[in-house]
Write a protein that binds this ligand. Structure first.
Ligand code: ATP
Ligand code: MG
Length: 290
């Protein structure tokens, strides 16, 4: 059994021992060993090109409330991992499995995963001309909950979220990503995150292309959206966003394998010296990068 202690800044899990700490303590229905996402020995290839093997045996466990940063050189498989967790048919699982909230979802369809609370913010969001962001979000909430919230309730929630994320209502009424700048596309993803409140949020390079002020707004937005039941997998190339959303774990993906895991210091090290010294230290050759 575990408790969640919220001190306003951070949320941590503690094992209940003899006495409960005083303060804002909520009892959990799950025990501390229960993970939100558990990936075991996951290997994938491209469905239309079975010879192209990308992930080569990933193990990763994310518990509710945790933030895991995923870093790695270009082409190492980060987006492939994100898409595979979200159930993209572009990739085929050759080995291993993905379990979510205790259920094996390795072969579950993407829309079912989304309904179950898995959210993927795309590295390259696509445009949907003719569909406004507001409509997309409303339909997504309907699909997720199976209920149509009243227009009044929806608008109230939308305004509150826009306010929190420092976005305008005009922005939300534009067609999805149609003519959006790179930074606007990332903001649109975060608005969806804020409205859908998933249990597992996978954010693929949400910080890329944002100017300094937008990065702060988006990062602080994500931070305010954090909740003790939500796990976050944050894919990034830069330490910068992690200064706002401090990760509990940092993983380095190279050539389809997680070659190192650590805490925030690992991200700082990569930012400072790049990947080469770490790879040399781990005896990972150039060929392994492909
Ligand atoms: N549909 C596909 N067809 C062929 N090759 C693919 C496909 N999807 C991914 N790959 C290849 O798999 C490798 C991993 O790609 P992925 O997009 O997962 O990398 P990444 O770590 O997200 O890189 P980046 O940091 O540049 O975003 C790359 O070499 C890529 O070209
Ligand atoms: Mg990528």
């Amino acid at each position: 059994m575990a408790v969640i202690v919220e001190n306003g800044k951070n949320t941590k899990f503690y094992t209940v021992q003899t006495t409960l700490a005083k303060g804002n303590v909520k009892l959990m229905t799950t025990n501390e060993n229960s993970s939100l996402l558990e990936i075991t020995d996951l290997a994938t290839s491209v469905t239309e090109r079975p010879d192209v093997k990308i992930l080569k045996g990933i193990n990763l466990t994310i518990k509710p409330g945790e933030v895991h940063a995923l870093m790695g050189p270009n082409g190492s498989g980060k987006s492939t991992l994100a898409s595979t967790i979200a159930g993209s048919p572009t990739y085929t699982v050759d080995r291993g499995n993905v379990s979510y909230k205790g259920e094996d979802i390795t072969h579950m369809a993407a829309d079912q995963r989304a309904r179950n609370g898995i959210f993927l913010s795309f590295q390259y969001p696509t445009a949907i001309p003719g569909v406004t962001l507001v409509n997309l979000i409303r339909e997504a909430i309907k699909a997720r909950t199976g209920e149509d919230v009243s227009a009044r309730e929806f608008i109230a929630q939308l305004r509150e979220t826009l306010d929190r994320l420092k976005m305008s209502e005009d922005f939300a009424r534009r067609y999805v990503n149609d003519g959006f700048s790179g930074g606007e596309k990332k903001r649109a993803e975060i608005l969806q995150l804020g409205m859908l409140r998933p249990e597992l949020a996978i954010l693929d390079e949400t910080d890329s292309g944002l100017d300094i002020d937008a990065l702060r707004t988006v990062a602080e937005g994500i931070k305010t959206l954090r909740d003790p039941n939500m796990g976050i997998l944050l894919i990034t190339h830069y330490e910068r966003i992690l200064n706002y959303i401090e990760p509990d774990f940092v993983h380095i993906l190279v050539g389809g394998n997680i070659v190192a895991s650590g805490d925030f210091d690992l991200a700082k090290r990569i930012e400072g010296e790049g990947y080469d010294p770490l790879l040399r230290e781990l005896n990972i050759s150039e060929e392994a990068l492909i």
